[in-house]
Design a protein around this ligand. Structure first.
Ligand code: UDP
Length: 450
């Protein structure tokens, strides 16, 4: 008979901002399918857990537990300081997770047999070590951005800390096209002693202790040199994605009937626009983007965070209503797989890029922070599957030009061909003999042998 101690009890520590917790939950869901004797305690903030539950529903054998968000009583979100919740949260770590973990152990009488965490939550290494169990980290972005975080000290030595310049990383095999100005902000400038820069620096130092670092990507996506360089630092780095193809989570719903609307459009004609879950471009750029769409009469489907009536030019919504659709949230994965979509105007978040590849849709990228500039540079100069917007800001002219190139030119056609190749490789990676499938099995071995 099953005893409490014969069952696996796995602690999962989420990073509760941006699109981090969803892929982590997708990873957990897959592990739970493969290890039917495992139970999971999924730790995140109340707000993040509520969003996950609302969007994805209950997940079998996964219990959602809330940790302290660190926000002061009565805290009200202030648009002018959007990063404040992250800073408060980081100040509350790791104590908030430690306390929540201990309460669960006391209440269930079950010790944890493994810790899985978002790679950002590097202190999970110490929590696992203390209990002599393995730690598996999930890197939710691409291998390139992890590589640069793993080499922060080295890059600071080579490039100095005078801020982002044009000098390239030619000394890094595989990353020679990347310029200092494409690196995540704070990597080669400013102090590393608090907040997110401290978190990422610590993460880079501690990740080599992980039993495995899994990532939402696939080996065939990038240059062999990138993989090689990664393995020298993290021998147990395992690409197990793209999650879009392997996730067992419930798909997002289509409450605003986007797919029905796309059905009525011509093939590869629509610009799908979304800047992910965090970003709202500044007003002048929203205006420029709207003006460019209207001037070209480009059919568009825009997932808009905010109030379009207030934030877009007067009358824009009426004038474009025949060929444009605005929604507050869209089933992006399905949209990008629809044949009417011809271009994705994106901030270059990692999930968005992978979803666009799976859909075979070239991108126009307006990066904002974190890994987005690095992603933009890579998709333009290395993979040739999209364009960065001129000057990294939307202007009416720059946006019109970019739309023209991707939707109507020979260069756009070549982008579509190149992305079709990457798409095929992605599907192959998750087949039964594929690289991501093999890597996922390797992760499972680590989890089940404990
Ligand atoms: N997304 C969505 N509908 C929307 C906008 C975004 O489903 O209207 C999803 C999208 O499919 C992706 C995620 O939100 O999985 C955005 O992740 P990404 O890494 O691109 O950006 P972040 O939200 O972390 O900035």
């Amino acid at each position: 008979p099953e005893t409490k101690s014969s069952r696996k009890h796995i602690a999962v520590l989420a990073f509760p901002f941006g699109t981090h917790a969803t892929p982590l939950l997708g990873f957990v869901r897959r592990i739970s399918e493969a290890a039917s004797d495992a139970k999971f305690s999924f730790f995140s903030t109340a707000q993040s857990n509520a969003v996950l539950l609302a969007n994805r529903g209950e997940v079998e054998r996964v219990k959602f537990l809330d940790v302290d968000s660190g926000l002061p009583n009565g805290y009200v979100f202030n648009k002018s300081d959007p990063n404040a919740p992250v800073v408060y949260f980081l100040k509350a770590t790791p104590g908030n997770f430690e306390r929540a973990v201990e309460i669960v152990v006391a209440e269930t009488g079950m010790e944890f047999s493994c810790f899985i965490s978002d790679a950002f939550m590097w202190f999970a290494a110490e929590m696992a070590e203390k209990r002599r169990v393995p730690w598996i980290a999930l890197w939710t972005s691409g291998p390139r951005s992890l590589l640069v975080h793993l080499h922060t000290d080295f890059l600071r030595e080579r490039l100095g800390i005078n801020g982002p310049g044009e000098q390239t990383l030619e000394f890094f095999p595989g990353l020679s096209e990347i310029r200092a100005m494409d690196l995540p902000e704070g990597l080669v400038s400013g102090p590393l002693d608090e907040g997110v820069p401290l978190l990422l620096h610590k993460m880079g130092q501690i990740l080599p202790k992980a039993a495995a670092v899994a990532a939402n990507s696939y080996e065939e996506l990038d240059l062999p040199d990138v993989n090689k360089l990664m393995k020298t630092r993290l021998p147990k780095f395992l690409n197990i994605g793209p999650f879009t193809l392997s996730s067992l989570l419930l798909p997002a719903s289509d409450e605003y009937c986007c797919l029905e609307w796309l059905e009525k459009r011509e093939k590869s004609s629509v610009a799908y626009i979304s800047f992910g879950s965090v970003i709202q471009p500044p007003l002048p750029e929203l205006t420029a983007l709207a003006e460019a769409l209207e001037a070209r009469k480009t059919p568009f489907l825009w997932s808009f965070r905010g109030n379009p009536t207030e934030q877009l030019p007067l009358g824009f919504l009426q004038r474009t209503s025949v060929y444009g659709k605005m929604v507050p949230w869209a089933p992006q994965i399905k949209i990008l797989q629809h044949s009417s979509v011809g271009v994705f105007v994106t901030h270059g978040g990692w999930n968005s890029i992978l979803e666009s590849i799976i859909g075979g849709v070239p991108m126009i990228c307006r990066p904002f922070f974190g890994d987005q500039k690095l992603n933009e540079r890579t998709l333009e100069t290395v993979w040739g599957i999209g364009l960065g917007i001129e000057g990294r800001k939307f202007t009416k002219d720059g946006t019109m030009k970019a739309l023209e190139v991707v939707l109507c030119s020979e260069q756009g056609k070549i982008m579509r061909e190149k992305i079709a190749v990457l798409k095929k490789l992605a599907f192959q990676a998750v087949e039964s003999e594929g690289s991501s499938t093999a890597n996922f099995k390797a992760v499972m071995e680590l989890i089940t042998k404990t």
